[in-house]
Design a protein around this ligand. Sequence first.
Ligand code: DLL
Length: 436
Amino acid sequence: MWNEQIETMSRDDMRTLQLARLKQTLERVYKNVPFYKKRLDDVGIVPDKVNSLEDLQHIPFTVKDDLRDNYPFGLFAVPMKEIVRIHASSGTTGKPTTVGYTRADLDMWSECVARIATMAGASENDIAQIAFGYGLFTGAFGLHYGLEKIGAAIIPMSSGNTEKQAMIMQDYGSTILVSTPSYALYMSEVMQEQGIKKSDIKLKIGLFGAEGSTEEMRSQLENRFGIIATENYGMSELIGPGVSGECIHKTGMHINEDYFIPEIIDSQTGKVLPYGQKGELVITTISKQGIPLLRYRTKDITYLIPEKCKCGRTTIRMAKIQGRSDDMLIIRGVNVFPSQVESVLLGMPHISPHYQLEVSRVGYLDNLKVIVELEDESLLESFSQLEQLEKNIKQKLHIVLGLDAKVHLAEPKTIERSLGKAKRVIDLRNNSTSTL
Ligand code: DLL
């Protein structure tokens, strides 16, 4: 363990620590951020009267629009001279949500990532190839400094240039790959084309994150590279990667609860839900200085697992993200998450793990087209086999989604590969695309 004292703390001690830090955070934002002073005044919350964690539920939520409205630095809680780094969200349209880090924030961030890397099995003996893009995106820098803190040797590859990634992986003997799951999958494909086999590389651990993936996708990655694939979660507004991560038991992502208080709410009513119930994840940062956030609505859907883990850690875990509340497609009244489609497709023979969902509207009727890529060209010759495959996919999708989808079998390697977060949904109803 990286920080045994914190990671195995009793629930009572953790709650005491959380309350003390919550109070400090409330006092700090009340004093330094006019936005929060007004928010708290509006509901009559006086920071030094908050005496229990239960009081948290009376504090108003913060949402992405609050950051947009105060763009770029309006929610910062320290003077600019104390900010030593700026990052921003990975969104492609509009103004990016912008965050600032003090030196203490950077230390805390590295500590968070050091913990999640260690729980996934990483150590000073490892060579870590970082294939996230370096830039405003938090992924690369977060993993970089966290892994460096534990003493691993960092290869700051950035994303793209996939042939070179494969060569470096083989030549330098990388033991950890850091990337999105979809980019790792693409990398494995390129390696196969280059004739590089599992036995030619030394990879042991995949630290995957920044987008969702199913258990089926995990198995594919583990088989293709011969690794243990773990997942980690984060968000630029909250710190970047390092909010939570899986240990080797892969039974949910341990939340760094001494820095982040998680809650699950019903996204319609805003009411807090009990452990185990699925809803929207809301996080309060309780140590951050640059831009602390109270009850930030992540829009990510998950549930919390409070039981102690087999690894010995007592920190609360969050289940795999089941989708984003704004990523859920409503097709003819039926709720569809791209991850449901992924879990159907990845279990089937003859098709590659690359897919896209295209939603369109004809008249008043929504149509879902699932574009599925064939694994190789062997089936292209046989019309009857193609027809049978299409029928099988349609049937399975119908069982899981409860609606009829059109299936389009695309030729091998025709769906665009992503270097970062994969574009899974093309929604022609309002001309937007989104990630899984
Ligand atoms: O993606 C931070 C990060 C980088 C996390 C590298 C892990 C590894 P943003 O670009 O702000 O930050 O995007 C945040 O990405 O709200 C989720 O919807 C999604 N996301 C991140 N990790 C996961 C995950 C980074 N493990 C948004 N599973 C979040 C599913 C994830 N979705």
